[in-house]
Design a protein around this ligand. Structure first.
Ligand code: SF4
Length: 200
């Protein structure tokens, strides 16, 4: 059993280093502001994309309509969601990458390279990982299908403890309508898996 705690000096040092990171500053239109939530006791990991502008401003991950939908998908309250001892939130890029012609730009690739492995090693008690969107899926899933829809549709292939998901953004409402199996089959299992992981 791992007895690491959030007051472990090595863990705190690592988290401080991330919070002070300026590695890809030159590519960030609003400058660095890493947004993540991490405690070694976390039981659910949310592997997302990158903060949007609103989250960059508030510093609170998923404090937006996407977050409301994600909490609804999981069947958990805001209190549980923002309890780092229960839920870790590690996007593929920790800082807002800016916006391009068709929405937010991809997460900065330097970020996962610099931080991801070492941070994931700090959360050994995670029982359920939500792999949200194509960037997280490319990194976290060894055998991703040909596109996001097919990957999510094949969720059972990834075994217990891993759930590929589309981004919960209201921009994906059309996707949700086109893929009713998602709400009918996957979401009830996701709620069960979250309950199990949190031991509630
Ligand atoms: S996106 Fe990641 S690598 Fe770039 S400055 Fe922010 S924390 Fe550092």
């Amino acid at each position: 059993m791992n007895h690491k705690h959030s007051d472990d000096p090595k863990f705190s040092q690592l988290l401080d280093s991330v919070r002070e990171c300026r590695l890809c500053e030159a590519s960030l239109p609003m400058g660095p502001r890493p947004v993540l939530q991490l405690d070694p006791r976390a039981r659910i990991l949310i592997a997302g994309q990158a903060p949007g502008l609103r989250v960059h401003e508030t510093g609170i991950p998923f404090d937006d309509p996407s977050g409301d939908r994600l909490r609804e998908w999981l069947g958990i309250s805001r209190d549980v969601f923002y309890d780092a001892k229960q839920v870790a939130i590690l996007p593929m890029g920790f800082c807002y990458p800016g916006t391009g012609k068709s929405g937010d730009l991809p997460p900065r690739p330097e970020c996962a390279e610099a931080w991801r492995y070492q941070l994931l090693q700090q959360i050994p008690q995670v029982e359920l990982t939500l792999v949200i969107g194509q960037y997280a899926q490319k990194w976290h899933l060894p055998n991703m299908k040909k596109n996001l829809t097919e990957t999510v549709r094949a969720w059972k292939d990834y075994g217990d403890g891993v759930m590929p998901l589309p981004h919960p953004s209201p921009r994906n409402n059309i996707w949700l309508k086109k893929n009713p199996w998602f709400s009918e089959s996957l979401l009830p299992e996701l709620k069960k898996a979250a309950k199990h992981a949190l031991k509630t």
